[in-house]
Design a protein around this ligand. Structure first.
Ligand SMILES: [Zn+2]
Length: 420
């Protein structure tokens, strides 16, 4: 039996011949790069010093070699990794896992520099539910409430939980961790609120005001429902995919939504509702999944700051200046009215840095957002800008593997992206 993090054994597995394990349909097979790109840049890098020292005190790791060590805390480099629990089968870790859908297969291309002072670990959750549901089955947003409670207890034991304002005030404690939520699932308040209160944790909840109450149903959930009800082929055809293409809702979101215009998105929703034979507002009501205006009044009771997640949860990269203004500035104002809180934080929908365009960042900063959040699941030791933070989505990971999600994978992704 595994008894907590002290029995966790890490096997760093570096092999230029081994493809990354395919995990789910979302991840395309990817080969680990050439041996020449492994050892040299990465052994001289300060980032890996901790890990290299941890792994049996040796100062060299070569492609094809495997090392094992008990891990208590670590920073890790790497290009592929297997994590083994003592006496159990090896557990392949996917570097692609990330916070929001579009972050999953992405790598950044923009230059970063080292952050001064402690780098905050920021986690993001979506729907806190174990229930199977056509509204969410296709888009992997669920965390079992019991798993969530165990995650939060782990954070409280092993980190210094911080308040949102601590990020921008600087002067962070030694092991800062901030909990955040995205989207408009009612479970955040019903399940998440009480759990956070048990450990006195503050958090940010990033909300799309357009989907609070009223008639609007989040498009991702509508797509999930449509794929379950109508099949992936029919929905893919509606989005203009080649004839006969069958896709999951998550794949469709990544492949088609980023470039849709406002008008096309609206039209898509209408067509989906038509095919499903129901009105958008009736579908929203049926789901019983999303918050209403009155729920927002409870935010303060649970120490939750209202964050801006854009008006309609849309990709920013294809929006006009005016649309960006509506999605960012207008949304912030609407949230202020709905919650009575000053809104200072923006989480970019889908968490992809391709949507952190110069125009989007300008609108966000000039309208009073002091911190901007992505979801590539990388470490915050390196940053794009002082006010931009990455987040990790632990999802439904078994609590004994949390150190892998929270420490190892973010480091692996950060180092991977530096050498690609
Ligand atoms: Zn989102």
């Amino acid at each position: 039996m595994v008894r907590g993090r002290k029995t966790l054994v890490l096997t760093l597995f570096i092999d230029n011949r081994t493809p990354m394990k395919k995990r789910g349909e979302m991840h395309r097979r990817r080969r680990i790069p050439r041996p020449g790109s492994l050892a040299s840049p990465y052994l001289v890098d300060d980032d890996v010093k901790d890990l290299v020292e941890t792994i049996e005190g040796r100062d060299e790791i070569w492609p094809g070699e495997t090392r094992q060590s008990r891990i208590e805390s670590f920073a890790a480099p790497g290009l592929g990794a297997m994590v083994a629990l003592r006496g159990q089968a090896k557990y392949p870790v996917s570097l692609a896992r990330s916070g929001d859908l579009a972050g999953q297969n992405s790598r950044h291309t923009l230059p970063r520099r080292a952050r001064t002072g402690p780098a905050p670990t920021i986690v993001v959750y979506h729907n806190l539910s174990a229930a199977k549901s056509p509204w969410t089955d296709q888009i992997s947003v669920n965390t079992d409430p019991d798993v969530f409670r165990r995650h939060v207890r782990y954070f409280a034991r092993n980190f210094d939980l911080i308040a949102p304002g601590d990020l921008t005030r600087g002067n962070l404690p030694k092991r800062p961790l901030l909990i955040t939520f995205d989207d408009v699932y009612k479970s955040v308040i019903d399940v998440g609120g009480p759990v956070l209160r048990e450990v006195n944790a503050q958090s940010i909840w990033f909300i799309n005001p357009h989907s609070v109450a009223g008639e609007a149903l989040p498009l991702d959930n509508l797509l999930s429902l449509a794929v379950v009800e109508l099949g992936g082929r029919e929905v893919a055809a509606l989005l203009g995919a080649p004839h006969g293409t069958k896709s999951s809702a998550a794949e469709l979101i990544l492949a088609h939504l980023p470039t849709l215009t406002y008008a096309q998105t609206k039209d898509l929703k209408m067509q989906l509702c038509q095919r499903l034979g129901a009105k958008e507002r009736d579908l929203r009501r049926q789901s019983q999944m999303f918050i209403e205006g009155a729920d927002l009044l409870q935010l303060r009771n649970f120490g939750m700051a209202a964050g801006n997640h854009s008006l309609t949860h849309t990709f920013f990269r294809a929006l006009s200046q005016q649309e960006l203004d509506t999605e960012i500035r207008g949304s912030r104002e609407m949230l202020r009215q709905l919650t009575g809180q000053a809104v200072k934080y923006l989480a970019i929908p889908y968490g992809h840095e391709a949507d952190a365009t110069e125009d989007a960042l300008n609108v966000a900063r000039s309208s009073g957002h002091t911190a901007i959040f992505l979801a590539h699941g990388r470490s915050n030791n390196r940053m794009l800008a002082e006010d931009i933070y990455d987040r990790i989505a632990p999802g439904n990971v078994r609590p004994e593997l949390l150190p892998v999600s929270i420490h190892l994978l973010p480091w692996l992704r950060t180092i991977r992206d530096r050498f690609h």
